[in-house]
Write a protein that binds this ligand. Structure first.
Ligand SMILES: Cc1ncc(COP(=O)(O)O)c(C=O)c1O
Length: 348
């Protein structure tokens, strides 16, 4: 009773009553309804519950929501990872340039499917383009944050497509950098754009991504991946996320503020980022391992890369996490140089 009184006072009573009213009888349903209600307050909760109990249908709102958001027809997939793994199987043996370093799953998938691979830095792509059948890159890139201008990508696409080739652009991190996206051209043969709900939208666990490409290729991928690849509740959640323009605008602003703050914090503590995007910053360091380990001992996970030796910092999710990150930086783990002041001196 005391709990109920407390819930009435703080306004959470109606929320709980609604969830109980659905006779939630397992943990998964409870979590899903709670999630739905927190993020999408006021919507009908009966539908999400039934979504758990039937096979997912593709005549829901997801394809239309994706078309409105991306400006192109999109094949929903179980995370862009699913498409990354299947795409190389849709082509006969090809000469494939892969931006390196980048999200390593691309190179692995093309190699595993028997293609001839060539690792390319961002600066090497232009000279290599006419010798390739396929070029795979991420824009902005992960972890280095390299960016490719739209006009340059469209030129590369034209040159590849004129010989039956493909340009594959992984835009997993492009939601906060819309000016870079070539999604609106993805109906053209030979241009494949991969998108993810796991980054900007923060829904990595829902496993939803999209392939934007000409209809023939989308159909070939759909055939290879098979039916019911995305769970019904994930489809529903994804459609709502893609339609929630107010949340997207707020997220753009949050990310801008947070990424500026991260860049300034790292800079002030002697780790000047050499690249990054709205969601992370990468810092080149002489010896990344001891720094990574010192942060891990404090419960902060950084991504370490060996070539070049570097660390990738993601955005803290709360003020408490910002304070923990700052404290870890101030503790000066071995290998972390002191910042150089404008007068050329290091602070004591
Ligand atoms: C550049 C890039 N592309 C694609 C993915 C795969 O994301 P998802 O399968 O969650 O859409 C990742 C995951 O980290 C990534 O970094």
């Amino acid at each position: 009773m005391a709990e109920l009184r407390h819930q009435r006072q703080n306004g959470s009573h109606r929320k709980l009553a609604l969830v109980h009213g659905l006779r939630i009888d397992n943990r998964a349903q409870y979590i899903y309804c709670t999630l739905m209600h927190q993020r999408l307050d006021g919507r009908d909760l009966q539908r999400p519950v039934s979504e758990w109990m039937r096979l997912p249908q593709d005549d829901d709102d997801l394809a239309a929501a994706a078309r409105d958001y991306y400006g192109a027809d999109a094949l929903p997939v179980a995370g862009s990872q699913a498409a990354i793994q299947w795409l190389p199987r849709v082509r006969t043996r090809s000469r494939v340039g892969v931006l390196t370093p980048s999200y390593a799953e691309h190179a692995q998938a093309w190699r595993r499917a028997g293609h001839e691979l060539r690792a390319l830095s961002a600066a090497q792509c232009e000279a290599a383009i006419d010798t390739l059948d396929v070029l795979v890159l991420a824009n902005p890139n992960n972890p280095g944050g390299e960016r490719f201008e739209r006009d340059r990508l469209l030129d590369w696409h034209r040159r590849l497509a004129s010989r039956g080739g493909w340009l594959v652009v992984d835009e997993a991190f492009a939601d906060a950098h819309a000016e870079l996206s070539v999604a609106d051209h993805a109906h053209a043969a030979g241009l494949v754009v991969l998108r993810s709900l796991g980054k900007f939208f923060g829904l990595a666990g829902a496993r939803v991504g999209f392939v934007l490409a000409a209809r023939e290729l989308r159909e070939a991928l759909a055939e290879g991946l098979g039916p019911w690849t995305i769970a019904g509740p994930s489809r529903q959640l994804a459609a709502w996320a893609l339609r929630d323009r107010a949340w997207q605008r707020a997220q753009q602003q949050r990310l801008q503020v947070a990424s500026d703050r991260l860049r300034r914090l790292l800079h002030a503590q002697g780790l000047s980022p050499d690249g990054g995007c709205a969601l992370f910053q990468r810092c080149i360091v002489d010896d990344a391992e001891p720094i990574e380990q010192a942060f891990a001992r404090r419960g902060i996970l950084l991504r370490r890369f060996d070539a070049p030796s570097s660390l990738r910092f993601g955005l803290p999710a709360s003020e408490a996490q910002w304070q923990r990150l700052q404290a870890a930086l101030l503790a000066r783990p071995a290998g972390l140089a002191l910042p150089v002041l404008e007068n050329g001196m290091s602070p004591s």
